[in-house]
Design a protein around this ligand. Structure first.
Ligand code: HGY
Ligand code: MN
Ligand code: MN
Length: 411
């Protein structure tokens, strides 16, 4: 019997998971290692067990569900993504990759299909990095790019320590780190950008992913009376934060190409209407597909900070929160994805990912590529995030075909 995606089953699971951590404004909010993240994890583990998967958890909380193959001596194929979200998350970012992986397992089970290699569905810890930086933290540890002890010691934006939270929610596992080392990794994800939707193309075969530079900048000025202090005597951390936000916007438009930049988080102290801010803590997110240009953007920002500190009489400290170079995925896996799309009569195109993904870390340890499906209007990290049900199901079908081919690949 030919395995087939059961669309309604996949869509129902997506809706169920999206309801966990739903906010009054309709967002999906499951910050990494929060109670809502735990609730989401518990639900996915229950589905994994219902599907007969062998569930394991590693010391950083990465979750794996294994469907055994006929050849346990061969490395399994892996798929998956993340289920932690940003505060204003949508229903599909990360969730689609995990639940489509479970749907592939269900389709194989329903059809009574055995595969040569096992198939693992993974849920990686803290992909968003919104609470605990860097992003893709769990898959980075899995790939050997960050020592587990260093990751467990990371302090979040709320002061919590990652390892404490992992233990608190009961997901500090003991499975050997970095295992099973996959034969290949394929991740299905919404594009989170406008390209596929604007072009009316159904599937993206993702060939590469841009570099990421996250910095935390702390400005120390001098609090003073907003009414009495002459402008020439002010050391206004609030103004400096705003100047940095305007600078990075100008930097991106001057550089053009794929350069993007934003200040997403600003905290002022004492944050009162009639007090010149003594301190500002802000974040800068810079990205570019070209490593040399990303470094040039970082240098220009650093020079600007030095100049601003001198002009405004403030102290400026900076701390790197994440720094990942651009990644090229495996062309052969990307070609399989394109062929699978074509085999289903789906329009497809090669793509670059603007967002970071767990796949970029898995590409350090095995042949890896991604499947994108369209995001309506390119909206993501927003409750309005939407992908047409037909596209969600089509993406799962392409994932099924791609994984099946890889699972029956010999040595
Ligand atoms: O920041 C990113 O690109 C991803 O959503 N973590
Ligand atoms: Mn994601
Ligand atoms: Mn995201």
């Amino acid at each position: 019997m030919t395995p087939a995606i059961d669309g309604p089953r996949l869509l129902a699971r997506l809706d169920s998971l999206a309801a966990i951590g739903r906010t009054p404004t309709g967002a999906c909010c499951r910050l990494a290692l929060s109670d809502d993240d735990k609730a989401g994890r518990d639900q996915v583990v229950a589905w994994m067990r219902d599907l007969g998967l062998t569930v394991s958890v590693d010391p950083i909380g990465n979750l794996f569900g294994l469907r055994a193959g006929r050849r346990p001596d061969l490395a399994p194929v892996m798929t998956g993504s993340h289920i932690d979200t940003v505060r204003t998350g949508g229903a599909y970012d990360g969730n689609l990759g995990v639940l489509a992986g479970l749907e592939v397992v269900a389709a194989l089970n329903d059809a009574g299909v055995d595969t040569e290699r096992g198939l693992v569905v993974a849920v990686f810890t803290d992909e968003e990095g919104a609470r605990f930086a860097p992003d893709m933290l769990g898959s980075l540890v899995f790939a050997g790019g960050l020592a587990p002890d260093e990751a467990l010691a990371v302090r979040g934006i709320d002061g919590a320590v990652l390892g404490d939270e992992l233990r608190r929610i009961g997901y500090a596992g003991t499975a050997p780190l970095g295992e099973p080392r996959p034969h290949a990794f394929v991740e299905l994800h919404i594009e989170q950008g406008p390209v596929l939707d604007a072009e009316g193309v159904r599937i993206g075969a993702v060939e590469d992913l841009q570099g990421i530079s996250w910095q935390e900048i702390r400005v120390r000025g001098q609090s003073n009376h907003a009414g009495t202090t002459p402008m020439r005597l002010r050391h206004d951390a609030g103004y400096v934060a705003a100047a940095i936000a305007c600078f990075v916007r100008r930097l991106a438009s001057e550089m053009g190409g794929s350069q993007v930049a934003t200040v997403g988080k600003v905290d002022l102290v004492p944050n009162l209407i009639n007090v010149i801010a003594a301190q500002a803590t802000l974040t800068v997110d810079l990205r570019n597909t070209d490593e040399a240009l990303l470094q040039a953007a970082e240098r220009r920002l650093s020079d600007f900070l030095d100049q601003l500190a001198a002009e405004e009489g403030v102290a400026i400290e900076r701390r790197s929160l994440a720094r990942f170079e651009p990644v090229r995925f495996d062309p052969a896996i990307a070609a399989r994805i394109a062929a699978a799309a074509a085999g289903r009569g789906l329009t497809h195109r090669p793509m670059t990912s603007g967002a970071g993904h767990d796949a970029q870390m898995l590409s350090r340890v095995c042949p890896t590529a991604m499947i994108f499906v369209p995001s309506v209007g390119g909206i993501s990290h927003n409750p309005a995030e939407h992908t047409a049900p037909d596209d969600l199901v089509a993406g799962a079908g392409v994932l099924l075909d791609t994984l099946l081919g890889l699972c029956n690949e010999g040595e």
